[in-house]
Write a protein that binds this ligand. Structure first.
Ligand code: SF4
Length: 304
């Protein structure tokens, strides 16, 4: 059997992460996303191969002794971790032994429609759910879900979950050329997110070979689309080789930009020229701008 515990890996968005794979032997997922890094597979309703909680906890205890400097313990899977039938028991057991580390789950979001699952997820420090589209047509095209899954119910359930959940709620949107890269689709996502009220929205595109023949979009396109998401902390996954246009801002332009939307440290690094960065640093020192860490990503905001 493949390893249940993997890493640690340095994740740009969540910090140093020790992973737990809840489906180490095979892909078990209720989606068959066009962009999946695993091979395409028919979506399933429930897991058929299940690892024992006892086995996971024994491996995790050993790993936590070896890797005491991690930031997060990440529940993930070759597939969808919320399909793991013993998730409640597992989360309770991890919470007993995790110490100062945070527990994170990376889920495709479909199980949020189940109130029992909302209850389980509410015991996890950071919940990251995917929301690639806000219309059923687009959702079916990109995520190719198990037959009865309905994006409108998912969105409504995300809104309910936000009301009961006290931890850090992150939504991830993965953009694929020709499917969810239209302004119209993003405006609908923006409307849904305004009501869901996540703490952070991560936008990215394909960066590993996908399961099906689909293409990434450019970082500039991600930036354009992100402008449809108003009043949210948006983190764009810049490509490593991205060389965007450097802009010059005076003090009031910097404050105005940040008042319109919190800027991530990467936004500042990649789009401010050297003089503007110096002005930004001075504003930060004068406390006219505040720094805030949201689930491991630094944002700059205006003081309230
Ligand atoms: S939800 Fe994740 S594992 Fe499942 S098909 Fe989509 S990308 Fe792959």
């Amino acid at each position: 059997m493949s390893e249940i515990i993997f890493g640690p890996v340095n994740s740009r968005r969540f910090g140093k992460s020790l992973g737990i794979d809840l489906s180490p032997a095979l892909k078990q997922c209720n989606f068959d996303c066009v962009y999946c890094e695993l091979k395409g597979a028919k979506p399933i309703k429930e897991m058929s191969e299940v690892v024992l909680v006892r086995e996971i906890i024994t491996s995790l205890k050993k790993a936590l002794i070896k890797y005491s400097d991690i930031d997060v313990i990440t529940l993930t899977a070759n597939g969808e971790p919320t399909l793991y039938p013993n998730l409640r028991e597992l989360v309770d057991e991890i919470n007993k032994i995790k110490g100062a580390h945070k527990l994170l789950i990376l889920s495709n979001g479909a199980s949020i429609v189940n109130p029992k699952m909302q209850n389980i997820l509410s015991k996890i420090d950071i919940v990251k759910l995917s929301l690639d589209c806000a219309t059923q047509k687009c959702f079916k095209k990109i995520d190719r879900p198990y037959s009865q899954i309905d994006i409108y119910k998912i969105i409504e359930s995300m809104k309910k979950f936000r009301k009961l959940y006290k931890g850090s709620f992150v939504i991830e949107i993965l953009v694929v050329e020709g499917i969810n890269d239209k302004i119209q689709e993003f405006e609908k996502l923006g409307d849904a997110l305004k009501e869901i009220k996540p703490d952070r929205v991560d936008i990215s595109t394909i960066d590993r070979p996908p399961a099906y023949k689909v293409n990434m979009v450019s970082t500039d396109r991600l930036k354009e689309l992100s402008l449809c998401l108003k009043d949210l902390h948006v983190s764009i996954a810049y490509r490593k080789d991205y060389k965007g246009k450097k802009n010059s801002f005076n003090d009031s332009q910097i404050l105005n930009l940040i008042s319109k939307r919190p800027q991530s440290s990467e936004d500042i690094n990649l789009s401010f020229d050297d003089d503007s960065k110096k002005r930004f640093e001075i504003l930060l020192e004068k406390k006219l701008i505040h720094e805030e860490s949201i689930a491991g990503t630094i944002f700059y905001i205006l003081p309230s």
